[in-house]
Design a protein around this ligand. Structure first.
Ligand code: SF4
Length: 451
């Protein structure tokens, strides 16, 4: 069995989105009223394209092109502000991701923060997350991030082994990653997150553990472990490189055991958090958030939207051009409207794959239905030992609540179990997209597929 079918970081996947007509941003303003929303800014630029990646990012653009992009972000922000002010929207989190946000110059970064501060209202204790990469992590830029109130910095290291980094087509080497981590540590950010990849050609359990041992010297609060998914259109796909599931799974298990022994607890198949950080969890509901920039996704209740999914450089450049040419950001032209059935699926996928799991009473309250009656598959997983009912208290002194959560063995199979929750309709849309875009590999599980 291949446990690596699909990473379900959001549902439905962008390939299930289609052109929309007659939908205005203003119509959905009510779901953005008040506090607790997320704001995401996508910076779609990278120094070079990693061998496995097909995220929305382009390389080799000049400073003027980046400035033009920021001009459009400002224009989009101004238009959104008019609507958001009318419903008193207050954001509790700002995430700046990409791409590689720190490829921006210091001047561009300053402008970017100024635009966001000017047009959006944030709560006093807002989280501010920025993604970086070793080559772009300089003292001057970190100073700027610290001054701007960044609370979590996330860096893709992937490995401390230069041969593995070369195989991945990363631009940095292990020395550069160490230097970047030293710098980040010196700035004492409240939370440092580092990403690693397993299943790299030539990687062994031992070399993965060596990388993890090395990063612990820098005391990160969070470590994310990603299996190597070679994406459609990526250089490694053309070279015929695929993940070897058995070797990758053995590496995952070895890394998990190691990190548990080093004082980390596991929130999801990918996320390991240092136990002594004592971070409380909270019910994340549907996660209303606005995506700014090209490639940034917005989730406004049942409406999800973003620019059309693009993979190749030509497609990405065409999307960037269309973004910069947009006059009216109130008109929503591409996305999906979720039925009640799809909203339930989204809720279950979002919660089941991440601890503490699905709160049983909360599901009943939101949908007026019993979770296990709606999802017999989850009942099967309970019977098979991939999920369990457990009690958790949100705060130390609060009353425990009942959750359905993945067990340790279920969590390791998240990328196999999660895709089985995709509806037949969404599967069909994704398959149509794949056929249209010549995606030959069979990345979407069939509904009949069972454990
Ligand atoms: S993996 Fe990250 S750094 Fe590499 S090309 Fe993709 S977005 Fe850029």
């Amino acid at each position: 069995m291949n446990p690596y079918i699909q990473y379900m970081y959001s549902y439905p996947h962008k390939t299930a989105y289609r052109p929309l007509t007659g939908i205005c941003f203003q119509d959905y303003a009510s779901v953005l009223a008040g506090k607790g929303h997320g704001l995401y800014l996508h910076i779609p630029f990278c120094q070079s394209k990693c061998g496995y990646c097909n995220l929305f990012s382009v390389t080799g653009l000049c400073q003027e092109a980046v400035d033009r992009y920021l001009d459009t972000v400002e224009w989009q922000s101004r238009q959104y502000q008019e609507v958001l002010d009318s419903v008193h929207t207050e954001f509790s989190e700002l995430v700046i991701g990409g791409g590689t946000p720190l490829v921006l110059t210091e001047r561009q970064l300053e402008r970017m923060f100024a635009v966001l501060e000017k047009h959006f209202r944030f709560g006093g204790k807002r989280g501010l997350v920025v993604e970086t990469a070793p080559n772009q992590t300089t003292k001057e830029k970190l100073e700027l991030l610290r001054q701007s109130g960044v609370s979590r910095i996330s860096m893709g290291i992937q490995s401390f082994n230069d041969r593995e980094l070369l195989a991945l087509g990363r631009q940095h080497n292990a020395r550069k990653a160490r230097e970047a981590l030293e710098l980040i540590k010196a700035f004492d950010f409240p939370c440092v997150n580092v990403d690693f990849i397993y299943g790299i050609p030539g990687q062994t359990k031992e070399s993965l553990l060596e990388s993890l041992k090395e990063v612990l010297r820098f005391e990160p609060e969070e470590i994310f472990l990603y299996p190597l998914y070679v994406k459609h259109g990526a250089r490694m796909e053309r070279e015929g490189i695929v993940l070897e599931p058995e070797a990758a799974f053995a590496q995952y298990q070895a890394a998990g055991r190691f990190l548990h022994g080093e004082g980390f607890c596991q929130d999801s198949m990918r996320r390991f958090v240092r136990r002594d950080t004592g971070r409380a969890f909270s019910e994340c509901g549907f996660g209303t958030s606005i995506g700014l920039g090209c490639g940034g996704r917005s989730y406004l209740g049942k409406l999800h939207f973003c620019s059309p999914y693009a993979i190749t450089r030509t497609e990405c450049l065409a999307q960037l051009k269309a973004y910069e040419d947009t006059k009216d950001f109130m008109k929503i032209t591409h996305g999906i409207l979720l039925s009640e059935e799809e909203q339930k699926r989204r809720y279950v996928i979002r919660h089941l794959l991440i601890r503490p799991g699905i709160e049983v009473e909360r599901y009943q309250k939101l949908f007026g239905r019993d979770l296990l009656e709606d999802f017999p598959l989850v009942r099967e997983w309970l019977e098979q030992g991939f999920a369990a009912v457990c009690e958790e208290a949100e705060q130390k002194d609060s009353k425990p609540r009942k959750y359905v959560a993945l067990t340790e063995s279920g969590m390791g199979l998240s990328d196999y179990l999660g895709p089985q929750l995709i509806s037949p309709e969404v599967t069909k849309s994704m398959q149509e997209w794949e056929v249209l875009h010549g995606q030959a590999h069979d990345s979407i599980p069939r509904q009949s597929e069972k454990l």
